[in-house]
Design a protein around this ligand. Structure first.
Ligand SMILES: [Zn+2]
Length: 383
């Protein structure tokens, strides 16, 4: 069976503080490594470490040595993404810079005690032990391995973001798949047997918070900034909560239909679609799509299902049987002038994604006619 590693990040707020000197020293080290990587064109962590470690070790003797390793790792990945952006003409700066208050930690630099909710972090001259406050932690992390972490300083305090990982066995592909079509306010998913269409209610949530924020901007108060952050956090949590429940339903549906694979839309197309719809309402965002896909992907993999991405260009506007452009036929329905197919556009999208997946894996399409539609509204007990 194919093996795959699932990685999840948990974020904990730390009760207490980390010496400012650790952040400033780390930023200095990282800055020097970034300059060096940029001047010499170094993208390899091993080379950067070989060429710079001893010099930096001697220059910062009180800094625990593993911080130099993690700074080398960060410098390489920052320089690599800078170079990529530069090539595409998207980087404005002359050279890569990193101004955020972020420190990367490896397993020598921190440890977690999830029984007593404490973290221990190496600083110059010893370790600080801090209590962990609320976090995006879930029981399922208990059986996972702890990998690297990030120490983040923000206006609200210090945070520890820890990467948990687990190796899972994925099912052998059995030719059965379900496809997921994500829209601003509904998500359609299903197989050739049936398609479910769930209204997410995301638009209403986004509108509510959009109005709250605007009211605040029109009538500023002293605690405006705190309130803004609070609204933002609440909005994000409400939307993420919906995504988690939705993803559970999708995984359950895949298991119920004995599918081995979940088919998602490739991001490139999602970007195009957002650009197009931005002109219409401006509230549909790329973050939402990617976030929901991420949640579906890790939940699917933890359940042993394969996840694959297919090009979704024109998925809701082309005939899944003959490939010609469909014409709208009343509310959300589409009609094919060649073969006469008439179907809801969400079903069309799911059918096209499934067909493209079948073409990718070299199978012949089954059930060319549309599946029966099970229309489901927002289930209050779930959301
Ligand atoms: Zn047709």
């Amino acid at each position: 069976m194919p093996l795959e590693t699932v990685k999840l990040t948990a974020s904990f707020k730390l009760d207490g503080s980390i010496p400012e000197s650790l952040f400033s020293t780390y930023r200095e080290v990282l800055g020097q490594l970034l300059d060096y990587a940029w001047v010499k064109g170094v993208t390899s962590f091993k080379r950067l470490r070989t060429e710079k470690y001893h010099e930096l070790r001697a220059k910062y003797p009180s800094l625990p040595s593993h911080y130099i390793y993690t700074a080398c790792q960060m410098a390489c990945s920052i320089y690599k993404s800078f170079r990529k952006l530069k090539r595409r003409g998207l980087a404005k700066a002359e050279k890569p810079l990193f101004k955020k208050q972020v420190i990367m930690l490896d397993d020598h630099l921190f440890s977690l005690d999830l029984e007593s909710w404490k973290a221990s972090i190496a600083v110059g001259g010893g370790r600080v032990r801090l209590k962990l406050l609320h976090g995006t932690y879930h029981e399922k992390f208990k059986e996972m391995m702890i990998g690297q972490a990030w120490l983040v300083k923000s206006e609200a305090g210090f945070y520890l973001k820890v990467v948990f990982s687990k190796t899972v066995e994925l099912a052998e592909s059995n030719g059965r798949a379900i496809a997921v079509d994500i829209n601003e306010n509904n998500v359609a998913f299903g197989s050739t047997e049936r398609v479910k269409n769930i209204e997410t209610g995301e638009r209403a949530i986004r509108t509510t918070y959009f109005l709250k924020r605007r009211r605040l901007q029109l009538k500023p108060r002293l605690n405006e900034k705190t309130l803004m952050a609070k609204y933002k956090g609440r909005e994000r949590r409400r939307v993420e909560d919906i995504y988690h429940k939705l993803a559970n339903q999708i995984v359950d549906e895949a298991k119920g239909l004995k599918a081995s694979t979940i088919v998602l839309e490739e991001l490139a197309n999602i970007r195009r679609r957002i650009r197009r719809s931005k002109a219409i309402n401006g509230r549909l965002n790329r973050w939402s799509f990617r976030k929901l896909q991420e949640i579906i992907e890790y939940k699917a993999k933890l359940a042993g299902l394969n996840v694959t991405y297919v090009d979704a260009k024109g998925a809701s506007s082309l005939c899944p049987i003959c490939g010609v452009k469909l014409s709208p036929n009343g509310h959300r329905r589409m009609e094919c002038s060649v073969c006469g197919l008439e179907e809801d556009r969400d079903i069309i999208a799911v059918m096209n994604l499934l067909r493209r997946h079948q073409m990718d894996v070299g199978a012949s399409p089954v059930h060319p006619e549309g599946p029966p539609m099970i229309k489901e509204g927002r289930d209050e007990s779930l959301f």
